[in-house]
Design a protein. Structure first.
Length: 321
């Protein structure tokens, strides 16, 4: 495809049909109105053409008002947002796209109050949008960790009833360790306690069988070998090394998580919603090496259109993970 001389590079790439913007200027050009956002979501949801949710027909649909699509075979009325996290939303799609852009391109993400000021919406709308996007950040078909994985527990600081400082809320962290150095992907789970009944299900769900799992000497991990894992126990008290040296991966990730919660969210994360924030941190950490934040924006919307409807009541008291 040839372009007239002197046309800006960004405009050339957009006209060439690139799937996502790389800068905010390109973002504004790609999504100026509801129609542009709707067309983009249609390409994400039906990359091979419209498929009727009712009968599965792939014929070109009739288009009616309010972005409704009518199946030519069965006359079923559908829309690109029905059956997704955007189902029955009264918030403009341009606002949803703006929120997704800022969530994925801001280095440390955005708190709901910052999002409220950025988008010009109410706090409740900004908070609910962020919670829905956090659910969409979890891919149902994501693969389990493999290779060499460190697993340990950590605590997010909390306040006891009555005003005193508490030990906080427990979470379990699993981190892939690369050789000779570096870390791969991470998984996190908010657990009620550090018993085997809480820790083993998390490891089985997050880590592939046959993996070499490095843990401390805590007895809650004693049953790992029965589930097909090669456990290597590192007893910190007798190793001569501090915990952050014996298990560097989980301690580095736990430190980054606490810094992120305190810095971006001012520590205002309750136990009911902790798992949602853990999933956002996991999404961001696992894509930290992406060369294009616009591609991360594309992936988030791609997951948003395959994630089922989420009502405000589903997230008000904490999403049921």
């Amino acid at each position: 495809m040839e372009f007239p001389a002197g046309k800006p590079t960004a405009q050339r790439e957009l006209e060439a049909g690139r799937d996502y913007p790389r800068t905010y200027r390109e973002f504004v050009k790609m999504f100026p109105d509801e129609e542009a956002c709707t067309a983009y979501l249609e390409r994400l949801r039906w990359p091979r053409g419209f498929s009727c949710p009712a009968c599965g027909a792939t014929a070109t649909p009739w288009r009616q008002s309010r972005a409704r699509l009518v199946c030519a075979a069965c006359r079923h009325q559908a829309s690109v947002t029905a059956g997704t996290i955007l189902d029955k939303t009264r918030t403009p799609l341009t606002t949803w796209f703006e929120a997704a852009w800022h969530v994925t391109t801001a280095k440390n993400g955005l708190a709901a109050q910052t999002m409220e000021r950025t988008l010009g919406t109410s706090y409740r709308v900004a908070w609910a949008m962020l919670q829905r996007y956090r659910v969409a950040m979890v891919r149902a078909d994501r693969t389990r960790l493999a290779g060499e994985v460190e697993v340990d527990e950590a605590y997010v600081g909390g306040v006891k009833h009555g005003g005193g400082r508490g030990r906080g809320t427990s979470k379990c962290i699993a981190v892939e360790v690369r050789q000779p150095k570096g870390f791969g992907r991470v998984r996190m789970r908010h657990v009620p306690d550090v018993s085997a009944a809480s820790l083993l299900p998390f490891v089985c769900e997050a880590v592939a069988p046959g993996t070499r799992v490095l843990t401390d000497g805590w007895g809650g991990y004693n049953g790992l070998s029965k589930h097909g894992y090669q456990r290597e126990k590192i007893v910190v008290s007798t190793s001569g090394d501090p915990a952050h040296v014996s298990l560097p991966g989980v301690h580095r990730v736990a430190s980054l998580l606490k810094r992120w919660i305190l810095g971006t969210h001012q520590g205002a994360v309750t136990a009911d919603h902790l798992q949602s924030y853990l999933e956002e941190f996991t999404f961001r950490f696992n894509r930290r090496t992406s060369r294009s934040r616009g591609h991360v924006f594309h992936r988030l919307l791609e997951q948003a259109v395959v994630t089922g409807p989420i009502t405000e009541s589903d997230v008000t008291r904490g999403y049921d993970w």
